[in-house]
Design a protein around this ligand. Structure first.
Ligand code: GDR
Length: 343
């Protein structure tokens, strides 16, 4: 007689974000029972994610509230916990350093404390980031690269990263960290440069002068002159596809022991090259449409950030499936489709 395997359960913080939505869809296909923590806000829609909400157990709560985290983890005893919730916008972290430290740094520590005291058998994935390497001179970066945060967001993530390692060693908890380099998709918020660009390209291509979509910080993605305003075009990043990366998170929790893994493509591009790829996908010339606004230039820039993912490839067999060009074209195509429906 075939033995019935137990349904696994996962608790995901930040479930309404880009990564949370891809991860939940991935785990639903694997028959997981999913508990998703989300902050209460007046708008009850879940954006891209609305179509799957009936399969999820959504729980209102906040990473700032230890009592609420304790209550849910004690009650549901999840097999796996994915801590993806954070104030994740680097630029914004200079404007909200304390809130960033609380949600992004202390939020992780509250999860670890709850696990230590209430569900020590749960396996935890902590979302670390290439921003940890901030001011490093080493290129590419791997798990051994020195951690040198250069902004309040990275400092908060460093606290979470070090505590993940300390709780693993001190208390024998299964806490793995994924040091993810930039990862994008059509679900990316326009607060980030890739989606800001893909939305602007689609709006320009469709000649949208009314109903211009909102971009970073709720401002129109094009200014009054119909131009896209950006900051540092020389910044160098390693951009991959978010849906590829959530599989890596899940694989880390299948491993025999907790560890730290870089997740990246190993390929570096500038913001200028990102513009070039996105505009040329629709036959436009980026130089005709992009202007620099110092508002978007950061007090300190990080990088070049480019990851060496050999450890996860050799240990877990993960590798990226989507190229930079495919990713950019996918995002522009999705925004063209979306904006056509708005016209
Ligand atoms: P990043 O992503 O800060 O790397 O963090 P973002 O897309 O915001 O910036 C990437 C690079 O583009 C430059 N840039 C601009 N950025 C924004 N947002 N807006 C602009 O107009 C603009 N012009 C140039 C930036 O200076 C930067 O160099 C992302 C987040 O998802 C983090 O949470 C995550 O940890 C890291 O990726 C890995």
């Amino acid at each position: 007689m075939a033995t019935k395997t137990k349904t696994k359960s996962a608790f995901i913080t930040g479930i309404t974000g880009q990564d949370g939505s891809y991860l939940a869809e991935f785990l639903l296909k694997k028959n997981y029972k999913i508990y998703g923590l989300l902050r209460r806000k007046s708008d009850p829609t879940l954006g891209n994610f609305d179509h799957s909400r009936k399969h999820l157990n959504l729980l209102y709560g906040d990473l700032a509230d230890q009592a609420c985290i304790n209550m849910y983890l004690a009650k549901y005893q999840p097999d796996e916990i994915y801590n993806l919730g954070a104030q994740s916008h680097v630029h914004e972290s200079w404007h909200q350093p304390l809130a960033t430290a609380d949600q992004t740094g202390m939020g992780a520590l509250r999860i670890f404390e709850a696990v230590r005291n209430l569900c020590p058998q749960s396996r935890v994935y902590q979302a670390s980031t290439s921003e940890l390497f901030g001011e490093t001179r080493e290129v590419p970066q791997d798990e051994e690269t020195q951690i040198r945060p250069a902004n309040p967001y990275a400092a908060a993530k460093a606290l979470a990263h070090f505590d993940a390692q300390i709780y693993r060693r001190s208390f024998g908890l299964f806490i793995s960290t994924g040091i993810l380099f930039n990862h994008e998709s059509p679900r990316r918020s326009p607060d980030f440069v890739s989606r800001k660009i893909s939305l602007a390209v689609a709006a320009l291509k469709l000649g949208l002068h009314k109903n211009i979509p909102l971009g970073e910080s709720g401002q129109s993605v094009l200014n009054h002159q119909g131009k896209l305003e950006l900051g540092n075009l020389d910044a160098k990043r390693d951009w991959g596809y978010a849906a590829d990366y959530v599989e890596a998170m899940w694989m880390m929790l299948r491993h025999t022991e907790p560890d730290d893994f870089v997740v990246a493509t190993g390929k570096v591009h500038t913001v200028r090259q990102l513009c070039q790829a996105a505009f040329s996908a629709t036959g436009l010339k980026w130089q005709d449409h992009v202007v620099i606004n110092p508002q978007w230039v950061r007090p300190t820039e990080t990088g070049p950030l480019v990851g060496d993912y050999k450890k996860i490839r050799s240990t877990l067999g993960w590798k990226p499936k989507t190229t930079f060009k495919q990713l950019v074209e996918m995002m522009v195509t999705a925004d063209l489709k979306r904006l056509r429906q708005l016209r």
